[in-house]
Each structure stands twice: as structure tokens, then as C-alpha cells.
Write a protein that binds this ligand. Structure first.
Ligand SMILES: Cc1cc2nc3c(=O)[nH]c(=O)nc-3n(C[C@H](O)[C@H](O)[C@H](O)COP(=O)(O)OP(=O)(O)OC[C@H]3O[C@@H](n4cnc5c(N)ncnc54)[C@H](O)[C@@H]3O)c2cc1C
Length: 466
């Protein structure tokens, strides 16, 4: 029996896992491995919430592998060195993995392919993270799309890959060194929030089942209301590959077949969000400079003159704008923030506090369980007005009127800000009179929205006319 390696990355599941399925088909002994990267907290793009969720997912993956005869080998360090070393130790001849869409993942794949070839090893890379990836969805002229609607039309026309069955059995693996499964104490991080969702394939599949059965038919009506559990809560599951996007898409199409016109409309709206995920992945693949630069060249090099003390108030939920503060506190505590609130808080940082979107992008990456480079960058540049198919810079959300529209009874605000529990909801939809506070233990607004808006318009106009 020959031996191959399956390198788990952001595909921490046994069902519909393209590379794992292929590795298990050839009668080989499969060594399943995950490699923890070494990073320091001083310039980290992750934090306790996401690392804690990852630990949960690795524990669950190991248990699932043991149930089918194998176990998870865990190593730490440079993936290329560790994989080549493991191949030598186990006499493996091939390394299977699913491709990663971000530039770091991509560069590791390139290094691995070269190093493996020198060792006489064969690498087999698969499409898995997206239904359509990289350069599969192109304009008639063969160019990547920069605008969502035509991209999504072209995406919908392509035939979809099948959903593969779960790997049901793997041959036992030989004695192979492995680290202990990690917990958060492995990293020098502050504690994670108390409200994280459980990780692992089983928990993710239950979330999918619950969404499709109970909430998907009303998604279009409830998806914008942060106090209502109206969205799927699958983002961290797609981020870590606890579910495949193919399975999520397939289950929604099946449910749409059974639904009435309203339900079908809701499910199609939901599928459009899955397509946004892939739109931003292909933006990052085709235009990797978005990680440093504004996608819209008109706004490259524009100044963000805000006071950095505002960043601290924003990050800790102490701006005096209740909807912003509730959302920033939810993020810390749960590693999640509702999409409507991501837009409100991102616009607030850039257009009320005039701070660089890159500061917010990084803060979100440190606290989000679903922190996904492509979607996060896409969402930040959309909100800042600098991105692909972004909100025009002059469309500036007013946090007070957003509250009236999306949290009119202040249920969301009151959940996260105890100091405001006794304040009538109506008062939380408009700024307090100058020099006053909404409640004794709650700060006054740190900026005046109308004045901030005028400065934002001036900044963008001057950047655009250079
Ligand atoms: C500033 C900002 C930052 C964001 N950062 C991230 C991030 O790091 N990771 C992330 O997964 N999403 C990010 N999003 C997109 C979106 O907010 C989340 O995907 C969504 O809130 C997750 O909740 P859900 O799974 O219940 O979403 P649902 O409404 O149920 O959507 C289903 C799935 O579609 C995808 N999706 C939904 N909206 C978007 C979108 N606007 N862009 C890309 N994919 C989308 C997600 O995979 C999501 O799980 C960001 C949005 C903004 C405005």
C-alpha cells in the first residue's frame, strides 16, 4: 500500500472535501495533517476568537478521523518544511490539498510544489474553497469582472461541481509524531469572548439544517435586522471549510424547489450572498494589490486625517453612538457582527472618524471568528467607498437613521449596552442635545455626524480631483 498526505488547511471536514475524497480513492494510506503556522501577536491578523474556534474545529476533526480509522497529525512551523519532513518520515509519495484563494496561501503552494518536486514528491491541488474560483468567471473579453451584477449572472450560468460523499473509512496510519491538540493557551493571547459558537463539522451541519428548515424562507425580510436571528450564521463554517459552499448551495436550491414564490425569492437572495463571497475571492486573486491599495485608483493615496484616539473609542464600543457601540461590543464578545452593523461601523470609522479603512480591516481580522481576507477587505473597501462595486463615497449612512430603520425598538442596542436599557427606544434614534448624555454611564457622541459628513465629502472630492 502506498502512502499519501492530505494537508488540511481551510477544509476541516470529511464531507464533500475534494482533495481528501481524491486522496481516499486510490487505495492509498492517507496521512491527514494540519500545520499550525508560527506567528507573533505583535503583528497578528488573527486573535483569540478565531484561534479558539480553530482549536474546537481541530478537536472535532481529530474525533471524526478517529471514527473512520485514522487520526489527525498536528505539526507546527513552515508548511513547506513540515510537509516535506512528514513525507520523508512516512515514505509518502504524494501531497493532496485544496487550493487557498489568498496571496499567502498561494505563495506557500508555489513554494511547496517546487520543494516537493526536488524531493521527488508529487503535489495534487484541487478547487474546493469556492464553487467557481480564480479565473473561471470572466467577461466576454476574458477579463475579470469588477462589478458584482454581471459577475453573478455569468456565475449562475456555469455548471456546478457535484457534492461529494463523506469519506467513510481510512486505513490506520503508522506511528507518526504529532503535537497535542492545541487550546488557546498555546498562544500568548487575551481571553476569547464568552459567546463563541461551537466549532466542528457536526455543529456547522446543524446550523445549516436549522437555517434551511426554519429561517431561509424569510431571509429577505429579516436579514437586515440585527436583533433577529434572520441570517444563516454560516460564515465561520465556510471560512474554516466545516461545510463546502457546494453543499450549502445545493441544499438551498433543493429547498427553493419546494418553496413558494416568496420563499424561493429569499433563498435566491441568500445564494446571491454566497456569490458575493466568491466575487471578493476573485477580486483578491486577480487584483492582490487591494490588500494595500484602494481598488479604485482615484482614491489611492487619499488622506485620512482622523484622530487616532477615535480608533480606541470605536474598538471598545465607546463612541456615544449606540448602534456603533452595540456592534463593536458584540464583535468582542461573540467574534461575530451582523452584516448591517459591519457596514454601519465601517462607514462610521472611515466617514465619521476619518480613519483609514486599513485600521478597521485589521481590527476586524483580529476579532472575527469568520475573518476572511477577501470578504473583509471587500467589505471594508465597499464601506469606505474605495472598492470594487463599492457604495459611492457620497452615500454616507447616518448611524441615527440606520438605528430607526433597522433597530427601531432598540432590542439590539439594549442587549449589548446595559447602560441604555431604561432609555426609551425613540431617544436612541437621534443624537442627544449638545452637552447632554443618553444615560449617566454612557459617553456623549464623540463627533457630530453632520459636520463629519461634510468633511468626508470634501476629502473624497479633493482626492478624486487630483
Ligand atoms: C466591513 C465588512 C467586513 C466583513 N468581513 C467579513 C469577513 O471577514 N468574513 C466573512 O465571511 N464575511 C465578511 N463580511 C460579509 C458579511 O458581513 C458576513 O459574511 C455575514 O455577516 C456573515 O453572517 P451570516 O453567515 O449570518 O451571513 P448570511 O447573510 O447568512 O450570508 C451567507 C453567507 O454568504 C457570505 N456573505 C454574506 N454577505 C457577504 C458579503 N457582503 N461579502 C462576502 N460574503 C458574504 C458569507 O459566507 C455568509 O456566511 C464583511 C462585511 C463587511 C461590510
Amino acid at each position: 500500500m502506498h502512502t499519501v498526505i492530505h494537508w488540511f488547511r481551510r477544509d476541516l471536514r470529511l464531507t464533500d472535501n475534494t482533495a481528501l475524497h481524491a486522496a481516499s480513492q486510490g487505495g492509498a494510506r492517507v496521512i491527514p495533517v494540519f500545520i499550525l503556522s508560527k506567528w507573533t501577536t505583535s503583528h497578528a491578523w488573527t486573535g483569540a476568537n478565531r484561534q479558539s474556534f480553530l482549536c474546537d474545529c481541530l478537536r472535532s476533526l481529530d474525533a471524526n478521523l478517529r471514527a473512520i480509522g485514522a487520526r489527525l497529525i498536528l505539526r507546527e512551523g513552515d508548511a513547506v518544511e513540515e510537509l516535506c519532513r512528514l513525507a520523508k518520515e512516512t515514505a509518502a509519495t504524494e501531497i493532496f490539498f485544496n487550493r487557498d484563494p489568498d496571496p499567502w496561501g498561494r505563495s506557500v503552494e508555489e513554494r511547496l510544489t517546487k520543494a516537493a518536486a526536488q524531493e521527488g514528491l508529487h503535489c495534487r491541488a484541487f478547487k474546493d474553497v469556492a464553487i467557481h474560483e480564480r479565473q473561471e468567471v470572466l467577461t466576454g473579453a476574458g477579463e475579470p469582472f469588477r462589478v458584482f451584477t454581471p459577475y453573478s449572472r455569468a456565475w449562475a450560468k456555469l455548471s456546478k461541481p457535484p457534492v461529494l460523499p463523506a469519506v467513510k473509512t481510512l486505513p490506520a496510519i503508522p506511528e507518526t509524531a504529532s503535537l497535542e491538540l492545541p487550546d488557546l493557551s498555546r498562544w500568548n493571547l487575551p481571553p476569547a469572548g464568552g459567546g463563541l459558537l461551537p466549532g466542528g463539522e457536526k455543529a456547522a451541519r446543524e446550523r445549516l439544517k436549522d437555517f434551511v428548515a426554519r429561517r431561509s424562507l424569510h431571509y429577505a425580510d429579516t436579514r437586515d435586522l440585527p436583533s433577529v436571528p434572520g441570517t444563516s450564521r454560516l460564515s465561520q463554517d465556510l471560512r474554516f471549510g466545516l461545510l463546502s459552499p457546494r453543499e450549502v448551495h445545493r441544499k438551498c436550491l433543493d429547498a427553493a424547489d419546494q418553496a413558494d414564490a416568496t420563499g424561493r425569492g429569499s433563498l435566491m437572495k441568500f445564494i446571491a450572498e454566497i456569490v458575493w463571497r466568491e466575487f471578493y475571492m476573485q477580486i483578491l486573486w486577480n487584483f492582490p494589490s487591494v490588500l494595500e491599495l484602494e481598488f479604485n485608483p482615484k482614491f489611492r493615496g487619499m488622506t485620512w486625517p482622523g484622530d487616532l484616539r477615535g480608533l480606541d473609542a470605536w474598538a471598545h464600543g465607546e463612541t456615544g453612538f449606540p448602534i456603533v457601540d452595540a456592534a463593536m461590543r458584540e464583535l468582542r464578545e461573540t467574534g461575530f457582527m451582523h452584516n448591517r452593523c459591519r457596514m454601519i461601523t465601517a462607514m462610521f470609522l472611515t466617514k465619521d472618524l476619518h480613519l483609514d479603512w486599513r485600521l478597521g480591516e485589521r481590527h476586524f481580522m483580529q476579532f472575527l471568528m469568520d475573518g476572511e481576507i477577501a470578504s473583509n477587505n471587500g467589505g471594508w473597501q465597499w464601506s469606505a467607498g474605495t472598492g470594487a462595486d463599492a457604495a459611492p463615497y457620497f452615500r454616507i449612512q447616518n448611524p441615527w437613521s440606520q438605528t430607526l430603520r433597522y433597530d427601531p425598538d432598540a432590542a439590539y442596542i439594549k442587549k449589548w449596552i446595559p447602560a441604555l436599557r431604561d432609555v426609551p427606544a425613540k431617544r436612541l434614534c437621534e443624537p442627544p442635545a449638545p452637552g447632554t448624555r443618553l444615560a449617566r454611564d454612557y459617553p456623549p457622541p464623540i463627533v457630530d455626524h453632520a459636520a463629519s459628513r461634510d468633511l468626508t465629502l470634501a476629502l473624497f472630492k479633493s482626492a478624486g480631483s487630483r
